[in-house]
Structure formats: C-alpha cells, structure tokens
Design a protein around this ligand. Structure first.
Ligand code: SF4
Ligand code: SF4
Length: 146
C-alpha cells in the first residue's frame, strides 16, 4: 500500500501548487494533516516515492490504471493520474467499426485523455486504439491488449 500512497504524495505535491490543502485533502480522500506529511516528506518513505516516480517514467498509464484504481479507489486514482500525467495520450477510433454505442464516453472518467485505456477495454467492437507518448516511451494499446 505504501507504494500506492507514494503516488498520492507525488500528486499532492503538484496539487498543492494550485489549490488549498483542504481541497487537496478532499480530492485525495485524506485529512489535511496527512497532506502535510506528504508535503514535508515524512510519509511515505523517500524510497517509495522514488519507486513511484520511476514507475511513472517507464510504465504506461493503461497498465497502471487497474492497479492504481484498485489500491486507491477510482475517484482518488482519477485525481492521481490526472495530476501526474507527464505524457500525451490520444485515442484513435475506427469509424468503419464503431457502432456509436457510447460505452467509451460513458466509461471515461477524465476531461482530457490521460491514457487509462478504459474506453479501449469497454469497446464491444474493438474500434479503439490508444497511443501514449512521453519523452521516454511510445506505447500503443490495441484491442488485443485488453
Ligand atoms: S479517452 Fe479512453 S483512454 Fe483516454 S482517459 Fe478516457 S477512457 Fe481513458
Ligand atoms: S465503445 Fe466503440 S463502438 Fe461504442 S461508441 Fe465507442 S468506439 Fe464506437
């Protein structure tokens, strides 16, 4: 769990630059004193934060999403991924295959695409593909990877 919490702490550092600590605490479902611990570096450990930062550099968000949402709960995981997204994500839709069912839109929890891959998994006719790119990698998630 401390690794998952390290993702929260990294997100909290960025969030605290943009909003009051009370808001950060609300969004991360912790109390304000916990956010203060995150920001002071008391908890979680530096090793856990470093490991989380390395994972973010190497692992695509669509591979991270299921674990992160299971560990943190979906609402908190949405916040964490949104604030830590140092990558570009783009979904490609095959218009020939798409049956306009709307499941992809219903399933998406984000305002802009962060590459969680949920819509690719949800599409019943394999009409979606996802490209995620950072300065370290370029990954493609195809329907066969679901
Ligand atoms: S568009 Fe798809 S991959 Fe992008 S955030 Fe929404 S559900 Fe995730
Ligand atoms: S889930 Fe697939 S078939 Fe349905 S609207 Fe989205 S892309 Fe089209």
């Amino acid at each position: 769990m401390s690794l998952a919490v390290a993702f929260k702490a990294l997100a909290a550092e960025r969030m605290a630059e943009e909003m009051p600590l009370v808001e950060v605490a609300l969004r991360l479902d912790v109390d304000v004193s916990t956010v203060s611990h995150y920001l002071r570096g008391d908890y979680p450990s530096e090793d856990a934060r470093d490991a989380a930062a390395e994972i973010l550099k190497e692992v695509p968000p669509f591979s991270l999403w299921a674990w992160l949402s299971r560990e943190l709960g979906e609402n908190v995981a949405v916040e964490v991924l949104k604030w830590l997204a140092d990558w570009e994500a783009e979904v490609l839709r095959d218009e020939e295959r798409c049956i306009l069912c709307g499941r992809c839109t219903d399933r998406c929890r984000f305002d802009g695409c962060v590459g969680c891959g949920e819509c690719v998994r949800a599409c019943p006719v394999n009409a979606r593909e996802l490209i995620v790119e950072s300065d370290r990698y370029r990954f493609r998630m195809s329907p066969s990877d679901r």
